[in-house]
Ligand binder design. Structure first.
Ligand code: PEP
Ligand code: MN
Length: 337
């Protein structure tokens, strides 16, 4: 990091700061300028105790050089860290698609959807058993019954199961039924939940918070990694902007950027990212074209009757068509679906 001293900093302030840098285990190189003095602190600043340094007398500002996320960064792990879902691998050549209803509704509907998405080439079944709804009056999900339906259907059809966990207390129960535990956008910075998920031996699908920067998103992933679990899938599901023609703004530049800076697999959610059925196909193709390792898509046999998010849900046929259309796009960028 670079520590820029204030023009009014006294010699003893500079020396005090140099001592602080050295005590933190970094090498301090003092660069004397005509108007200002600058201290270059050499070493991994993320291991050093640098908190509060901006408050030290004589310090004007501090410019970090390294990304604050360390375990998630490509600097730490130059290859990629694929997430394995038994036979399937997320984060290698094949673009993996997770599909299913927004919320689990009943056994028969879940089974119909699972069979349809499996036939179309999906690797995993999604479905919320615990639904984080904006309004407490809205359907909150079938909860434990929903988990049982998911695991039964997943086993029967031969699909992995992805479902959301809302609290640290639920982790154990959800992990009994699911293969991948999802952290919803509204929970991205639920640090106790992230820590709990760091201690399970199952992959975590972490969604970007609607107002989170990419750096905050990666630091949320960093919690799961730091607490011991490197099976983390990052999911770009749209952020809140001033735009109102879509439910959220699906930031595909962040998909491409994340692929540059992290070794973790990155997927996109064009259903929540747009909130409009007609845009799910085009944005799925765009996501694959810009390097997404996978997609998570809402599917229901009769979206009009879906308990949640019907407006952004594909029919089973629509999903099967999209899967076919994704093939040439994937091929054009050296991938397959
Ligand atoms: C979901 O995938 O069911 C969901 C609630 O998504 P998000 O957290 O991205 O809103
Ligand atoms: Mn939904």
């Amino acid at each position: 990091m670079i520590i820029v001293m204030d023009p009014s900093a006294e010699e003893e302030d500079i020396q005090h700061m140099v001592d602080k840098v050295e005590r933190a285990g970094l090498e301090a190189i003092l660069l004397r300028g005509e108007k200002r003095n600058v201290i270059a602190a050499i070493g991994d600043e993320r291991d050093a105790v640098t908190e509060g340094w901006t408050a030290v007398r004589g310090v004007e500002r501090i410019i970090p050089i390294l990304h604050p996320y360390k375990l998630a960064s490509r600097e730490a792990s130059p290859g990629s860290t694929p997430v394995r879902l038994n036979g399937a691998v997320l984060g290698e050549t094949k673009v993996q698609v997770i599909a299913g209803p927004c919320a689990v509704e009943d056994l028969d509907t879940t089974l119909d959807i699972a069979q349809a998405v499996k036939a179309a080439g999906a690797v995993a079944l999604r479905g919320g058993a615990y639904k984080p709804r904006t309004s407490p009056h809205s359907f909150q999900g079938l909860q434990e019954e929903g988990l049982k339906i998911l695991s039964e259907v997943g086993r029967h059809v031969g699909l992995k199961v992805v479902t959301e966990v809302l609290t640290p207390e639920q982790v154990e129960l959800v992990a009994e039924h699911a293969d991948v535990l999802q952290v919803g956008a509204r929970n991205m910075q639920n640090f106790m939940l992230l820590r709990a998920l760091g201690q399970i031996g199952k992959p975590v699908l972490l969604k970007r918070g609607i107002s989170a920067t990419v750096e905050e998103f990666l630091l949320a992933a960093e919690y799961i990694l730091k607490w011991g679990n490197n099976q983390v899938i990052l999911c770009c599901r749209g952020i809140r902007t001033f735009e109102d023609h879509t439910r959220f703004t699906l930031s595909l530049s962040s998909v491409a950027y994340l692929k540059e800076v992290t070794h973790l697999p990155v997927i996109a959610d064009p259903s929540h990212g747009t909130g409009r059925r007609s845009l799910v196909g085009p944005m799925s193709k765009a996501a694959v074209a810009c390097g997404a390792d996978g997609l998570i898509i809402e599917v229901h046999p009769d979206p009009e009757r879906a308990a949640v998010d019907g407006q952004q849900t594909l029919t089973c046929d629509g999903f099967a068509r999209l899967m076919k259309e994704l093939g040439p796009v994937a091929e054009a960028v050296g991938r397959e679906v």
